[in-house]
Design a protein around this ligand. Structure first.
Ligand SMILES: [Ca+2]
Ligand SMILES: [Ca+2]
Length: 248
């Protein structure tokens, strides 16, 4: 009797809840890709002078949406990254946008368009390279890790995403995940212990000589480095991410 009472009392609420959820779940991004190649931003940090002018989302219902940037901006990036930053069950899309006059910024999109961005670095031909997203603080929400000016200062920033706002919560200097002209971004995130770690190269990182590989761990407001004895190579990064290689 009690079960039936509870059911009859709460059923209308459950039904109402599922109806109101329909519009939200119609806008879930399944895939994202860059398009409209353009040479209007003459930087070539990713190996050629071609960047991207548009970003296309394919939603789970099969429909597509396309964002076309104004002439003043390009996507200066390898590929869009999907991560559910606000924990609502639907991924956001993380990309790098560069301004003709102000250089790169990190931007977050959802199916409705751009929802957050960092400030531009402030100068043309200044770039940033995303590392990835993971829950570094242990609060159940993802933070985004980036390297600002990976060929100059190598400034690592951990960004929280709250209420459509990106805020720097921890930093470290002198680490990189990219060399000028490389088509791909190296390194990444691994979770082998209780918290995620950033796998990066200690600067300087040149083609002629391998760099030291480090794992950066969030420690209060700092990112503390732990050095590997193996150098920063694609093979060693993969082994570190598979937890087969650990800091000494
Ligand atoms: Ca989300
Ligand atoms: Ca977190």
């Amino acid at each position: 009797m009690l079960a039936r009472y509870i059911l009859s009392r709460f059923l209308p609420i459950l039904v109402a809840g599922s109806i109101s959820a329909v519009p939200v779940f119609a806008d879930v991004i399944a895939r994202a890709s860059f398009g409209n190649p353009t040479t209007r931003y003459d930087h070539g940090v990713l190996g050629d002078a071609v960047e991207w002018g548009s970003l296309t989302f394919v939603l789970t219902d099969g429909t597509t949406r396309r964002v076309i940037l104004p002439q003043s901006l390009v996507f200066e990036d390898t590929s869009p990254r999907l991560a559910d930053l606000d924990g609502n069950g639907s991924p956001e899309v993380i990309v790098v946008e560069s301004s003709q006059t102000q250089g790169a910024r990190l931007a977050v999109y959802d199916a409705s368009g751009r929802v957050a961005h960092t400030p531009h670095i402030g100068r043309k031909n200044r770039w940033l390279a995303p590392i990835g997203a993971a829950d570094f603080t242990g609060d159940g929400r993802l933070e985004i890790a980036i390297v600002v000016t990976p060929h100059l200062s190598g400034s690592v920033q951990l960004l929280s995403y709250q209420n459509s706002r990106l805020s720097v919560i921890a930093t470290a200097e002198g680490y990189t995940n990219h060399r000028i002209g490389d088509a791909e971004i190296a390194g990444g995130i691994r979770t082998c212990g209780p918290q995620p770690e950033l796998i990066l190269a200690q600067m300087p990182w040149h083609r002629a000589s391998p760099a030291q590989m480090v794992a950066l761990q969030l420690n209060g407001k700092a990112l503390s480095p732990h050095s590997f004895s193996a150098p920063f190579t694609a093979k060693n990064v993969a082994a570190a991410q598979a937890c087969a290689l650990n800091p000494r």
